[in-house]
Structure formats: structure tokens, C-alpha cells
Design a protein around this ligand. Structure first.
Ligand SMILES: Nc1ncnc2c1ncn2[C@@H]1O[C@H](COP(=O)(O)OP(=O)(O)OP(=O)(O)O)[C@@H](O)[C@H]1O
Length: 242
């Protein structure tokens, strides 16, 4: 098993709203097998992104455990120290949100190559791998040396996805990585995700596009009002959400 999420909850204290409490994730438990692709679906505001951000520890969970099997070792991502999280982000856990975190005046190819260079790969080899990914995601080559700040939503999303895939992470967390892509580039993204799965990557992804879920997911986690509503095999997915 790659991941075991146990009674995970995240509550936000809204200090500017008289300490009003907003529940993002409410007592969610499920497991993810090694090499499995689990899609997370649910209505807007149901807690999908919060769940992913708890796993990546962008949000500190309020309670519960997220037990990640890191080689021979189990790590509770909900409670382990920050240094451990940073180490895992560098070597094992990838994350991409819908929006690219931009670094000013860094060309697209170097944005994608950066995590590889941080792992110690030579710049030219890292850039080559970055170009391969950008090419497979059909980002026009004249944009590779341009700054993503000027890119369209779909172009940025491709840079974002390429960056997350560059290091072949053991666990990949995807938050709507294909929402701004047209059918052609979405198909290219699906192909790359399939390759990552073939290489043994475990994926948890939030998706709104049913076609992507059906193309790549093994199981679907349905969340509703911060709670786990059900987990179904992908074949039963249509039935479950429509
Ligand atoms: N940083 C935050 N501070 C306060 N409330 C938050 C924060 N992040 C999320 N929430 C709240 O938690 C709830 C779940 O939000 P979340 O973004 O996880 O939903 P979602 O299912 O990903 O929605 P969408 O599909 O629209 O992206 C919402 O009520 C949201 O307002």
C-alpha cells in the first residue's frame, strides 16, 4: 500500500470572520495501493483541493493520519516535521495545482528542469528531459525559452504538469491538471499520465473532466460536503456521480 488516509480532518479558523470555522475535510479515510490511480471528484467546495493539500502538507491537518510508505519506512505526512516534508517533496512526492507558481523571468524549459537540477542532474540533461515533456504536451517549441507569465491558461497548465512529471515522483498529486486543456492536449496529457503509471507512479488526482477520469483512474473517491461519500471502481463511476 502506498498511502493510508485515516480519519483525516481539516478545519479552518477564519479569524477575520469572528473565528468562524469552515470544515474543509471531515473524517475522511481511504487507502491507495502502490501504482494505483485514484481520482477525487465532487462538487465545487466539497473539499477536494483541501484533501490534496493536506497530503502535500500545504495545509496542516487538524486531526487524523496520512501514512505514506516511503520505501521501507512509514511516514505520517500529517505530523512529520517540515524538513521531512521538504525532503519528500524533493525526492518522492510531486504536486501540481491548477495554477502555475511563477518564478519571474525563468523560461518555461527551466521551470520544468528546475526540480531535476535540484536533484543534482546536469543542466543540459535536465533541459533535454524538460523539452521532451513539453514537446509531448504539444507546447510549441518557440515558447520553450519564453516566460510562462505571458502564457495562456492551457499553456501554463502544460508547463505545470511537465514540471510535476519531470522527476518521475513516487506519489503524484494532481489538482485539476487538465481543466484548461483542449481535447488534443488533454489526450497528450493522458498519454503522459499513463506512462507515469507504467513506471509505477501512484497518483491521486482531482478532476472535473469525466473523460480523463475514465481514461486513467482505477478507483474514484467521491466527496460531498467535506465527507467521503463513496469509493467506486472506475467502471461504476458514471453511475455514481451522474
Ligand atoms: N485556506 C482556506 N481558508 C479557509 N477556508 C478554506 C481554505 N481552503 C479551503 N477552504 C474552504 O474549504 C472548503 C473546501 O474547499 P476546497 O477548495 O477544498 O473545495 P474543492 O472541492 O476543491 O472546490 P473546487 O472544485 O471549487 O476547487 C470550502 O468551503 C472552502 O471555502
Amino acid at each position: 500500500m502506498a498511502l493510508s488516509i485515516e480519519n483525516l480532518s481539516k478545519t479552518f479558523e477564519m479569524h477575520i470572520l469572528d473565528n468562524k470555522r469552515v470544515v474543509g475535510v471531515d473524517d475522511i479515510s481511504f487507502t491507495v495501493d502502490d501504482g494505483e490511480f485514484v481520482a477525487v471528484v465532487g462538487e465545487s467546495g466539497s473539499g477536494k483541493s483541501s484533501l490534496l493539500k493536506c497530503i502535500y502538507r500545504t495545509y496542516e491537518p487538524s486531526s487524523g493520519a496520512i501514512v505514506y510508505q516511503n520505501g521501507e519506512r512509514e511516514v505520517d505526512l500529517a505530523t512529520c516535521d517540515e524538513r521531512e516534508i521538504l525532503r519528500l517533496r524533493e525526492n518522492a512526492i510531486g504536486y501540481t495545482s491548477q495554477f502555475l507558481t511563477e518564478i519571474p523571468r525563468v523560461p518555461a524549459v527551466d521551470v520544468v528542469a528546475r526540480p531535476l537540477r535540484e536533484q543534482g542532474m546536469a543542466t543540459d540533461v535536465a533541459r533535454q528531459r524538460a523539452e521532451e515533456l513539453l514537446s509531448r504536451l504539444q507546447l510549441p517549441s518557440e515558447l520553450w525559452e519564453a516566460y510562462p507569465a505571458t502564457f495562456s491558461g492551457g499553456e501554463r497548465q502544460r508547463v505545470n504538469l511537465a514540471q510535476a512529471l519531470a522527476t518521475d515522483p513516487d506519489l503524484l498529486l494532481l489538482d485539476e491538471p487538465t481543466s484548461a486543456l483542449d481535447p488534443d492536449t488533454r489526450e497528450a496529457a493522458i498519454e503522459l499520465l499513463r506512462d507515469a503509471l507504467d513506471d509505477g507512479t501512484t497518483v491521486i488526482g482531482v478532476f472535473h473532466n469525466a473523460d480523463v477520469v475514465e481514461a486513467v483512474a482505477d478507483r474514484v473517491v467521491v466527496v460531498d460536503q467535506a465527507r467521503l461519500q463513496r469509493i467506486v471502481d472506475v467502471d461504476e463511476y458514471q453511475e455514481a456521480v451522474v
